[in-house]
Design a protein. Structure first.
Length: 88
């Protein structure tokens, strides 16, 4: 299974939803709380992943691929693509 990383804020409801989805599927993931230095982390994440404009959270990374936020994760899960991405 590919590694999963989630950048999150401790007060973000979409971050909680993303983690609950992953937990519900028993998918292990690494959590990176950007709350202590939110502005700097957002800048760093944007530069590293080539995100233009405002960086939203959560940012979910599977392997080396940036999935995006909760809505994208949920769509992948509902379509069955999430399991395929994790295994390939």
């Amino acid at each position: 299974m590919k590694d999963v990383v989630i950048y999150y804020l401790d007060y973000c409801p979409y971050c909680v939803k993303a983690m609950k989805l992953l937990d519900g599927k028993n998918i292990p993931y690494k959590k990176i709380d950007i709350s202590p230095n939110e502005e700097e982390y957002r800048k760093h994440i944007g530069q590293y992943y080539g995100i233009q404009g405002n960086v939203t959270v959560p940012q979910i990374i599977i392997g080396n691929e940036r999935i995006g936020g909760f809505d994208n994760l949920e769509k992948l899960n509902n379509s069955g693509e999430l399991d395929k991405i994790l295994e390939n």
